[in-house]
Design a protein around this ligand. Sequence first.
Ligand code: G3I
Length: 345
Amino acid sequence: MKQNAGRTLTVLVIAMIVSLSGCIPTKTVRTNADRLGLTFGVAVQAADVLDPKSMKLMISNFNEIVPENTMKWGVIRPLKDFWNWSDMDNMVAFTEKHHMRMKGHTFLWHNQNPMYVNALKNRDEAIALMTEQITTVMGRYKGRIYEYDIANEVLADDGSWRDTIWYRTIGPDYLDIAFRAARATDPDAKLLLNDYSNEVKGQPKADAFYELVRGMKERGVPIDGVGFQMHLSADYPVDEEAVRANICRFADLGLTVTFSEIDVRVKLPVTPEREAAQIGIYTKLMEIALSEPSVKSYVMWGYTDLRGWIPQFFSGYGSAHLFDRQIKPKPAYLSLKKQLEDWVK
Ligand code: G3I
């Protein structure tokens, strides 16, 4: 079994601290992920870290928390002079109390921006505001947030630059400037570039994403890893060979890969065949994550079918998560749990 000794050691130490502190039982999905050196994360809402039932579920299953919306520009800074810190502060405190990692998501995106961001007109103004956002948030949580999606979805579906406020006002070097500002603010934080439809080598967007990142590395831009979101459909199996080949070319650049926003939507109604296909995808992704040393994280985009973005975006699809609407474990969860147990043996 190929494993990265460094990451295994780090996460084992965390596992030992957690089990010594008596916070969670020693054999859970989370502790097995710890033993395997895998960051097993989940995107949550601000209220999740205040609700005892959700808190318990998170603590026993996951070793990393990602704010699904809480750190996005429009939420954390809805007005130029008003910072909404309390929800992020709560999340960061929650992860520290329970010895979890925290991932920041995300500074630069084309969605969920407030009006004063979308109204930016010139390069200098945009660089100043972008840099202020990054240095203010990362400065506040310096040493407390393990990694950040510095930018999200910077490419369009055909692989060209997405026409965002940052691209329009600053130009293509906005990423270089942002990553450099981030590194200067918190030199220990891991800096990631996140996107979707970028996981299959040979597809135009994935190849363009690779070339973009390769260029950043060539220019000495401080980037540590890339995120493959993996919002997948049970209708299409994972192209394992192409995904592994893609992971390898990023590893050759010295970069880690995160499966950063996993959910596997199913065409409704759920049938045994469709659910089996969903489980096949979840477990295939986990197999890849555990066997490719440069894949560090497997992050779920939410945990319950009770809420989520899928039914709104993909009409006729749902049931994408590991827990049902009553927050009961589904077969996909049980399969991942068993898979981690088998890998630990
Ligand atoms: O907070 C308001 C609430 O006050 C209001 O009553 C309610 C009415 O609709 O809306 C609430 O805001 C919603 C927010 O989620 C919090 O629940 C927004 O309308 C809704 O658009 C927003 O959706 C989020 C979406 O990003 C925004 O585009 C999803 O939760 C979130 O899962 C999704 O996450 C993205 C990743 O960041 C990037 N990759 C794709 C992924 C899925 O779209």
